[in-house]
Every structure is written in C-alpha cells, then in structure tokens.
Design a protein around this ligand. Sequence first.
Ligand code: IMP
Ligand code: MG
Ligand code: MG
Ligand code: MG
Length: 183
Amino acid sequence: MQIKDVQDDIAEELISHEALEGKIRRMAVKVSEDYEGKDPLLIAVLKGAANVMTTFSQAMTIPVEIDYMSLSTYGSGTRSAGKVTVRQDLSTDVAGRHVLIVEDIIDSGFTLDWLVNELKSRGAASVEIFAMLGKPARRKFDVPVKYKGFEIPDKFVVGYGLDYDERYRNLDSIAVLKPSVYQ
Ligand code: IMP
Ligand code: MG
Ligand code: MG
Ligand code: MG
C-alpha cells in the first residue's frame, strides 16, 4: 500500500518548528510585561491563528482571557478575495477591554484593517496586533503591527495553522508547497 506523506508536498521549509515556537514564546513574555495589570483579551481569527494562539497564550505569564472569531477573506485559492464575512462572532464584550489580536499572517492587511476598526467601533480600550508572519511586499493596508514574529518573502506558505485548500494546517513548521500541488 502506498502511504501519502504530507512532507512529500513540501518544496522548502522556510521556518523550522523550533525557530517558530522560540520566537512566539519570546514575544509572549514581552507582551506579558507590557500588559501587566491590564487583564488583556486575546483574540484569534479562526482557523489559521488557532495554533499560534495556543503556543502564544501558554507562554504568557499573566492571566488572560481568550476568544475566537471566524472570518472569511480567502476562498480555496492563494489570493485574498477582498471581502470580510463574519462566520462566527466573539462571545466576549470587548467594550473597555485591552485587546491583543493574535494572527497567523498579515498579507495585504485587509483582514486586520477590518478587524481593528470593528473592535474599536465596539468600544475596545486599545487594540494591538501580534502577527506570527508578515509579507511586507504585499502590504496594501497600513495596519500598525506592534508585535512581529517573522517577515517572509512574497511566497504562499502553509503550516502551523496556515492552509492551502484546508490542508497542511497540521504541519509543525512554515513551508512552501511544490508547484505540482496547485496543478
Ligand atoms: P490579508 O487580509 O490579505 O492580510 O490576508 C489575511 C489572511 O489570508 C490570513 O489570515 C490567512 O488566513 C490568509 N493568507 C495570507 N497569506 C497566506 C499564505 O501565504 N498562506 C496561507 N494563508 C494565507
Ligand atoms: Mg488569519
Ligand atoms: Mg483567514
Ligand atoms: Mg486559509
């Protein structure tokens, strides 16, 4: 029997598991210092940011509240569709809260621009962003990202929550797929 190995579809590993988690944990310690006494609310956008939220929140040293939101900006392709739809909303009232958005990747910035404005209009006391990855070459919206993980080149990446057509979220590193996967 032929066993399909997910690694067979990987062209190149961009960021190793160790480097990725080391950086996420260091950022979480720094954020814990900055938010001491502020009772922050961490918000992640599903599904992509679920992995980074888990690692990040476990490395925080202060009490935090965690909530999730499901938004849709991408279909099954590799380019932003240019429209945000709320699939599932937060269960927390953000009014008066110090919110930190924990994101997988900032690409054009469209999704985060929309989300920051939405949370501010709901009355959040402050809204900041931790983005595990950023693609500076593709930025179209000027969203201030206070806490940055890695900056990557303009390549479509998968792993650590990021998908291509709902696959590869379970890779424990950040990788580029072989072109044959898209064909
Ligand atoms: P933006 O609105 O263009 O910044 O795109 C944000 C969302 O698109 C991210 O939260 C991801 O879900 C998805 N995305 C952007 N770039 C990539 C990528 O390289 N791989 C997988 N998903 C991506
Ligand atoms: Mg995301
Ligand atoms: Mg998304
Ligand atoms: Mg996706």
